[in-house]
Design a protein around this ligand. Sequence first.
Ligand code: SF4
Length: 340
Amino acid sequence: MKQAMLYEKINGKVKCNLCYRRCLIDTNKTGFCNVRKNIDGKLYSLVYSRLATYSINPIEKKPFFHYYPGSKWFSFSTVGCNFHCPHCQNYDVSQAKLGAVPDFDVPPEKIVQMAKDYDTIGISYTFTEPTVFFEYCYDTGIIARKNNLKNCFVTNGYMTPGAVKKSADFLDAVRIDLKGDNSHYKKICGNIKLENVLECISNFYKTKMHLEIITLVIPDENDNRDTVRMFADFLKPLSSEIPWHFTRFYPCYKMLDKKPTPVSTLEKMRSWASDFGMKYVYIGNVPGHEYENTYCPNCETLLIKRYSFDVKKINLKNGRCPSCGKKIPIVGSGFNPLTP
Ligand code: SF4
């Protein structure tokens, strides 16, 4: 347990300012995410140093396609989330009550040591929502930086401006969900406001850290042209070079009544996003699909060939397309996992 960052006291209650829910919490109560508690007028993180799950993952699994392709990352989380999505792939941890799944006392220094022992290039705060275990991320990330490790968040993008600002102290890259229109966020994620997610994305973009966007495409929920147009109209003024992943939905948790997304739907959405001006648009969760690959937006030369989470070939010359010389916005393209 550790005293929380980013909260204020209001008439005996505490207001958590980490995510846009901004829970006002009574004494001895927890916020919406269940892992932040008002104890005697102070807000505490109940999951500090309580690691619930970890693994070593390729960065393509997050997915990041334009950040150190083929690198491996120490990935971990605690329990807890500020969204309650009925299709969550990690619901057994994200929606678990504290103590319902085994967790382990692993302080930040130990996380960093494990990341080094596994020969990773950095630490990924993922699986559940890192915002709700922010203090654990922060302390780990600061130590990781001192040890020349990188840090990335895989987040639903509901962090307040204050939390985004603070995260710039240690984060290098962020992958944010952009799930659907306002009614989708309201219905699927539980009274979430799209405008806050968009503001969070803008704020991260302003920090200049590396940014990628993902849209999980759910049949009959967000698989329409208007949504793609709205998102492209928002993203393009930031940069048409922000990588955007359309990934395939599979039935999970409480959303078992829907079928997996047809591949043709993903192809349509990818094509709309390209038509609306986005330059690096991908299809995910369809191993072997041609749009798992990176192509030069100028001359269509194949630049990175992937199969699922594996990088099979990197065809870049000093970060540029070898055919037309276009600079390709891939951070760490010189890091080649295929070189022994
Ligand atoms: S992080 Fe948790 S306690 Fe804080 S505002 Fe969000 S849901 Fe509420």
